[in-house]
Design a protein around this ligand. Structure first.
Ligand code: PEP
Length: 250
């Protein structure tokens, strides 16, 4: 099965910096076409068009937005619509990233509305889920993933499931240098797969399930070899094209 390797650039890079990194990444991908890899880059909104242009002609690569608002247009200051993302060149969007849940205090319910609306508008959606350290240590891993998946997928139309991916990102492993070990990641992915089957039925068997949290060139291959790990969502190590390319080719 194809693996999805995604880059989340968070609030880093001006347009010129994004153009340079995306062009370097495009060179890597053209030079050594990765087999069985789909690459997605999520730059800040201001740089989506630059990244989409730099990746044009690289068939395995696409650009995406880091967030979206669940309305076609309107009085929602500071927000961005699916159509605006598509107009900038995005075909993917992240929903429910842990920094949006925990820093911007987005609710499970809002994440669910974003996921359903973005899918309905034709975007592919990568819904992010994951527990905090306190939740894991108090035995709530399954309950948290269940709550986030149930709310996150509550309103999606069956016809849109084919454009859905889920990223499991333990909050304690994001940007901390702590990566979930094979046992921790394997256990969480097995739970997430089971929940996906329960919530969306047989289609949940083939929904790509990515791991994210301090992925680096040195640990990518081991993570990709785990059962139910269909790809990686990479933050810090994706900011440099060479380091991200090493993860893609891991
Ligand atoms: C992320 O931003 O989704 C992420 C996993 O970040 P990092 O790789 O830096 O932990």
């Amino acid at each position: 099965m194809q693996k999805i390797i995604a880059a989340n650039w968070k609030m880093y890079k001006t347009r010129a910096e994004a153009r340079e990194t995306a062009a370097a990444l495009a060179r890597h991908l053209k030079e050594k076409q990765p087999e069985g890899r789909q690459v997605i880059v999520y730059p800040p909104f201001t740089a989506i068009a630059e990244v989409a242009a730099a990746l044009e002609g690289v068939t395995c690569a696409a650009a995406g937005g880091q967030d979206v608002y669940p309305a076609a247009e309107g009085a929602f200051t500071g927000e961005i619509s699916p159509r605006m993302l598509q107009d900038a060149g995005a075909s993917w969007v992240l929903t429910g990233h842990s920094e949006r849940r925990h820093v911007l205090l987005e609710s499970d319910e809002l994440v669910g509305r974003k996921t359903a609306f973005a899918l309905a508008q034709g975007l592919s959606v990568m819904l992010c889920i994951g527990e905090t350290l306190a939740e894991r240590e108090s035995g709530q891993l399954r309950a948290v993933l269940q709550r986030q998946l149930q709310a996150g997928l509550a309103e999606i139309a069956p016809a849109d499931v084919a454009r859905l991916a889920v990223a499991y990102e333990p909050v304690w492993a994001i940007g901390t240098g702590k990566v979930a070990g094979p046992q921790e990641a394997g256990e969480a992915h097995a739970i997430a797969r089971e929940l996906l089957r329960e919530i969306i039925g047989a289609a949940g068997e083939s929904t790509p399930l990515l791991y994210g949290g301090s992925v680096k060139p040195g640990n990518a291959a081991g993570l990709l070899a785990l059962d139910n790990v269909d790809g990686l969502l990479v933050g810090g190590a994706s900011l440099d094209a060479d380091s991200f390319a090493q993860i893609i080719f891991a």
